[in-house]
Design a protein around this ligand. Structure first.
Ligand SMILES: CC(C)(COP(=O)(O)OP(=O)(O)OC[C@H]1O[C@@H](n2cnc3c(N)ncnc32)[C@H](O)[C@@H]1OP(=O)(O)O)[C@@H](O)C(=O)NCCC(=O)NCCSC(=O)C[C@H](O)C(=O)O
Ligand SMILES: [Mg+2]
Length: 285
């Protein structure tokens, strides 16, 4: 499945050093996995995690789950070796942490050809340069890093994420302007399903494609919230049918449930049905 039709509802981080989690993930209902070599791996574990991950990705079957590897930054002792270890390894993308500008994307692009690149959006400079980062020709995905962003901004964690909204919005605008996939940041309280649901709903309403997760228990909520609901699928079908009927009568506008339906609403309705189909195909596969 290509990136544009692939669902990105649930994107699960797995520390690259944890064999048990790497094994468990082969059977988890995640749309994508971020195999982490950065913050989830202790300094003394970095070389072992890198070798373990390269070997695991060469030999293991993760089915249709997209495989993304988060490397350490090139300004660290491990970043270049991480990239070198991933050359020729079967994966969908490399995720670059703490991207401040398009030059940070280019620096990794120079080291590894033919691999899609994703950017962690988690610094104040990254927010301000989001449009330039999204426009980089090798960049196809963005991941919000709301923990690092909160740290750098000095914000408090609030349920409504008000201090984050400007950054989230800037990155969403940049991603949509350049056809880049974008997933929301993690919800740290991994035992709080209600809080996770509220934050997923906020992210979905804003327009994110999905949410990054840290624990398997978070998968079901993200998969549900970021999928079209039965009501949305039913409405999409009725909008398309009503618009086709209106067109056949020479009209450019239909009315469904007391609301107008124009060509642009049909684009959204078709996207809703396409996403539902892609999710069904992923679940079946
Ligand atoms: C948070 C955890 C440390 C909790 O781990 P643990 O105590 O082992 O949880 P459980 O005992 O409940 O685990 C039950 C089973 O599930 C497996 N497991 C746990 N987590 C994962 C996972 N992420 N992927 C796959 N499998 C997982 C356990 O192995 C148990 O399996 P089994 O024994 O076979 O039943 C832990 O969940 C964890 O380490 N999570 C990932 C943390 C992480 O990756 N952090 C970095 C990314 S977040 C970030 O950096 C954001 C960004 O950069 C920012 O700035 O915001
Ligand atoms: Mg981070």
């Amino acid at each position: 499945m290509d990136r544009l039709s692939h669902p990105w509802r649930s994107v699960l981080y797995i520390p690259g050093s944890k064999e048990r989690a790497l094994e468990k993930a082969k059977g988890l209902p995640a749309d994508a996995i971020i195999f982490d070599l950065e913050d989830a791996v202790a300094i003394e574990e970095k070389p072992r995690a890198r070798a373990l991950l390269a070997e695991t990705l060469r030999s293991a079957d993760y089915g249709q789950r997209a495989r993304i590897v988060r490397i350490n930054g090139l300004d660290t002792d491990w970043g270049r070796d991480d990239v070198a270890a991933m050359v020729g390894v079967p994966l969908e993308a490399i995720l670059i942490p703490k991207v401040n500008s398009a030059a940070d994307v280019q620096a990794v692009a120079d080291l590894i050809p033919d691999v899609d690149l994703w950017a962690m959006m988690e610094t104040p400079l990254g927010m301000l340069n989001a449009a330039g980062i999204a426009a980089h020709p090798r960049l196809v995905g963005m991941v919000m890093g709301t923990n690092d962003l909160a740290k750098d901004l000095g914000t408090r964690f609030r349920a409504d994420r008000l201090p984050m909204i400007t950054g989230l919005g800037l990155c969403l605008l940049a991603a949509r302007a350049h056809g880049v996939t974008i997933v929301d940041g993690v919800y740290n309280a991994f035992k709080d399903a209600e809080g996770l649901r509220a934050e997923c709903t906020q992210g979905r309403d804003m327009g994110f494609d999905g949410k990054t997760l840290i624990h398997p228990d978070q998968l079901a909520v993200a998969n549900e919230v970021f999928a079209p609901s039965e009501a949305e699928i039913d409405l999409a079908r009725r909008q398309i049918a009503a618009f086709d009927a209106a067109k056949a009568e020479g009209q450019g506008v239909a009315v469904v449930d007391g609301k107008i339906v124009e060509n642009l609403h049909i684009v959204t309705a078709q996207a809703t049905l396409a996403k539902a189909q892609a999710i069904a195909a992923l679940s079946a596969g």
